[in-house]
Design a protein around this ligand. Sequence first.
Ligand SMILES: [Zn+2]
Ligand SMILES: [Zn+2]
Length: 150
Amino acid sequence: MGSESDSINRHHIAIALGIGLGIVVVIIICLVLAVLLNRRYSSRPFVSKDKEEKLRKLDAVSPVRTLEEFWSNLKGPITSSEGTDGQFNCAVCLDPVLPSQNIRELKCPHIFHKDCLEKWYLKNHYNCPLCHKPYYVQETQPGTDFVWMV
Ligand SMILES: [Zn+2]
Ligand SMILES: [Zn+2]
């Protein structure tokens, strides 16, 4: 009698273990799927409407140009001596700015990568990171000579 109920108990334990393992496997599969889906979403270039709108406004005051275009408007073509002597370094990421790279034209002659300036701007900084000259005045002050104070 005793051995019979023992084997029934063992049988129940085996079923319980099987169900438990099954649940664990399902949870793991769900987690893996969730991670994969998240990765797919985050790999998509996600720009919120707010950011797009802000960048559109920035476009109006600070057009995107290559460094070469900007420089030839300002001082004529980049000569080989200027390219080597006058180092164009982006003060945000400290990397050199190459003549073919995109920058944003500011009210001051400072040069930053387009992406670096956009990151700076999207943190609600409306002044040049170097000289603090405002390049963008918020539209909430229309008609006034509002200047951003440092
Ligand atoms: Zn940079
Ligand atoms: Zn500046």
